[in-house]
Design a protein around this ligand. Structure first.
Ligand code: GAR
Length: 198
């Protein structure tokens, strides 16, 4: 079976990246992370990549001089490594048109709420959990979806519903949803890897 080549974009701690690396290493995911790129030089995700001998690159509008130049550079780094699937794992920057065009239908994102609710501009990280709790939602959970030109909009591939308890805070909810993210993201990539064999 051909192993999928993954290029991961991440801005933060990288616990989702870690869950993918772990499944790749234990043999349950037929895919390898071949590069991790972050807009944030201090991202834990870059350290995790280095710890596993994976190439780790810091690319941003600041390092490249403009958002367009960063978009071009990220696309080149993905293409030159023959990346099959671009994986957004807590990436907090808008995806540029060049990368989107090069990886149409081959880029996935994980969002910490049940899309189409609680998505869109400004809805990331803890903001999402605060909004879910404030709205008195009875359930939440992660969504994995294909990335298109609109925030949190592309075709939904998988979701896990978990109950929101009356005493849940944004912090407790974040923890519960993140645990499910670590299950659903490698599983969804595994399914794509299997589908793409055909
Ligand atoms: C995750 O909860 C992910 O769903 C969220 O950022 C966190 C990253 O955690 N992504 C978004 O909000 C994107 N809209 P991690 O760095 O530990 O993987």
């Amino acid at each position: 079976m051909k192993r999928l080549r993954l290029g991961v974009l991440a801005s933060g701690g990288g616990s989702n990246l870690q869950s993918i690396i772990d499944r790749s290493l234990d043999g349950s995911l037929q895919a390898d992370v071949v590069v991790v790129i972050s807009n944030n030089s201090g991202a834990g995700a870059l350290k995790r990549a280095v710890n596993h001998g994976i190439e780790a690159l810091h690319i941003s509008g600041v390092t490249e001089g403009s958002a367009e130049a960063a978009d071009w550079k990220i696309t080149e780094e993905m293409k030159s490594r023959k990346v099959d699937l671009v994986v957004l794992a807590g990436y907090m920057k808008k995806i540029g048109d060049i990368l989107l065009g090069a990886y149409q239908g081959r880029m996935v994102n994980i969002h910490p709420a049940l899309l189409p609710k609680f998505g869109g501009d400004g809805m990331y990280g803890m903001n999402v959990h605060k909004a879910v709790v404030a709205a008195g939602e009875k359930e939440s959970g992660p969504t994995v979806h294909i990335v298109d030109s609109q925030y949190d909009h592309g075709c939904i591939l998988a979701q896990i519903n978990i109950p929101v308890q009356p005493d849940d805070t944004p912090e407790t909810l974040q923890k519960k949803v993140l645990e499910k993210e670590h299950i659903i993201y490698p599983e969804t990539i595994k399914k794509l890897a299997e589908e793409w064999q055909e």
